[in-house]
Structure formats: structure tokens, C-alpha cells
Design a protein around this ligand. Structure first.
Ligand code: 8IG
Length: 270
């Protein structure tokens, strides 16, 4: 069994996880990391051949996945001359395990050698033209958790946090891709209609419960970040329908081939 994450020294704990990851996968160094959010799991097969799959719980600092549709696994995938490190699940802020646990995978990926990370999620959309199953590039974020994964006087610059180079690459592959500002709420409840209106007023276009803390940790670690949201539902109050998690999983299944095609064409060019 695993000891919980060492909050006093999360960086060396991530180094321990990366060392164990290299042993278990037989891959000394990975190149690009991907974190799959709600609805993205069916797209994973388009990335290439899996050379190893391990349980996250086999690495120091990870605990079991809590959400249906998120398998607690990490896959090492060979894609051309690249080694991809794919997290089939993430730890969410709302699990209450602390911000260090939320970003442990990102820090592990950085220590495993990854120079870029693709953070995906399922989210609510504020534009009614974004029907369920629409992918949207994250151009920037607003972090409403009130927390940072960084402790102490490390004043990390977040200008161009979501790499304009990688967004342009995505648009070369699919010129129809829209972009928007992602607003992370703490969750696990969905927003009220008034909170969704607020998200729009402060400049948001997408609402979700992940990604921003991971993006900050990735930038701190020097990785280039690509964020892609899959709009799985219209945000509360934009839609007249109540929200449910099954709808999220179904939107992912329906959009899988488009997401797979997008990732399969973008990742080799990162
Ligand atoms: I999937 O509408 C998914 N995740 N906060 N709001 C928030 N998170 C989400 C939503 C949503 N849909």
C-alpha cells in the first residue's frame, strides 16, 4: 500500500514516483504527458500502441480513482519515436486530498522527462452553439478554488500558460476548433445558474472542476501546456435540462472518434 503524499516535500515524492514509473514501464524517459478527463477515455486508442499499463496505486503518492468513467491507470504508449505517458484518471480538488495530490501526476510526468502536457477535461459550456461533444481549446483560465499548488515565494509567470504555439498546431489540424476561458469551480456540485452567469461576466466560457491547478504546476515545472475541453453539457441555466453525469459519459462516447482523431494528429507534432 501507498503512503499518502508527502506534503512537506511533494517534489521529491514526485521524483520517487517517476523513478518507480521508469522501472515498471521499462521506459527511462517519457516525452509528452496526457491527462484524460471525463469523456476522453474512448479517444485513447488513437494515440498508439500501449507498451505498459500500470495501476496509479503502484506509484508512491497516488490513491485510487474516485469517479465513474475514470480508470485509475497510467499507460505508456509508443507513438512513432515518442513515449507518451497517459493518465487515464486524475485526482480532483473536490476529493479533499489536498492540492499536492491534485498535481502529483503532473509533477511525476515532469520528473519522468515530459516537456509538454495535454490536459483534457469534460466541462459545461456557456455558448449555446457548443452542442454536447464539441471540443474547445482552453485559451486561459480563471481559478476559483482560491488555492495554488505552489507554496512559498515562487512567483511563476502565467502569461501564455496555455501555449499559443500548441493551440495554433491544433487549429492547423482542425480549423473549426473554437477557444475559450476555462473557469474552475471547486465542485463537486455543479454551478447554480447565477454562478454560471457570474462566470460569463468575469470572462469565462467554460465551467469545470479540474485543470487549472494542474496547469499551474505544469508551468512551474517548465512544461508546455495544451488544454482541451470537451463540452459535454450546456452549463446550468444555459440549458433548461438538469445536469447528470451519465450525459457526460454519453457525450464522450459519441465524440470519441473526433477526439481520438484530434489527439492522434496533434500529439505527434507537439
Ligand atoms: I463533465 O457543467 C462537467 N463537468 N463545474 N460544471 C462543472 N463541471 C462540469 C460540468 C459543469 N460538466
Amino acid at each position: 500500500m501507498n503512503a499518502p503524499i508527502d506534503t512537506a516535500d511533494p517534489y521529491s515524492h514526485a521524483q520517487d514516483a517517476a523513478t518507480r514509473l521508469a522501472e515498471l514501464t521499462g521506459v527511462d524517459s517519457h516525452d509528452v504527458a496526457l491527462v484524460l478527463g471525463s469523456g476522453w477515455l474512448p479517444a485513447v486508442d488513437a494515440l498508439g500502441e500501449a507498451t505498459a499499463e500500470i495501476d496509479t496505486t503502484d506509484l508512491p503518492g497516488f490513491s485510487a480513482a474516485a469517479v465513474a468513467g475514470h480508470a485509475g491507470k497510467i499507460r505508456s504508449i509508443r507513438s512513432g519515436d515518442r513515449h507518451l505517458l497517459v493518465f487515464l484518471s486524475r485526482t480532483h480538488f473536490y476529493e479533499g486530498k489536498g492540492v499536492e495530490a491534485v498535481v502529483h501526476g503532473v509533477r511525476t510526468a515532469a520528473r519522468a522527462g515530459c516537456r509538454a502536457i495535454v490536459l483534457t477535461n469534460g466541462c459545461g459550456g456557456l455558448k449555446d452553439t457548443w452542442t454536447p461533444g464539441t471540443p474547445v481549446l482552453i485559451s486561459d483560465h480563471i481559478n476559483l478554488t482560491g488555492r495554488s499548488p505552489i507554496v512559498g515565494p515562487r512567483f511563476v509567470d502565467l502569461t501564455d500558460l496555455y501555449s499559443s504555439r500548441l493551440r495554433a498546431l491544433c487549429r492547423e489540424v482542425d480549423p473549426s476548433l473554437d477557444e475559450g476561458v476555462y473557469v474552475q469551480f471547486p465542485g463537486p456540485h455543479y454551478e447554480t445558474p447565477a454562478e454560471v452567469r457570474m462566470a460569463g461576466i468575469i470572462g469565462g466560457h467554460l465551467v469545470g472542476m479540474s485543470t487549472t491547478l494542474e496547469a499551474i504546476a505544469a508551468r512551474e515545472a517548465g512544461m508546455e501546456v495544451l488544454g482541451i475541453s470537451l463540452v459535454t453539457n450546456l452549463a446550468a441555466g444555459i440549458s433548461t435540462q438538469p445536469l447528470n453525469h451519465e450525459e457526460v459519459l454519453e457525450a464522450g462516447r459519441a465524440a470519441a472518434s473526433r477526439m481520438g482523431d484530434l489527439l492522434g494528429r496533434v500529439v505527434p507534432r507537439i
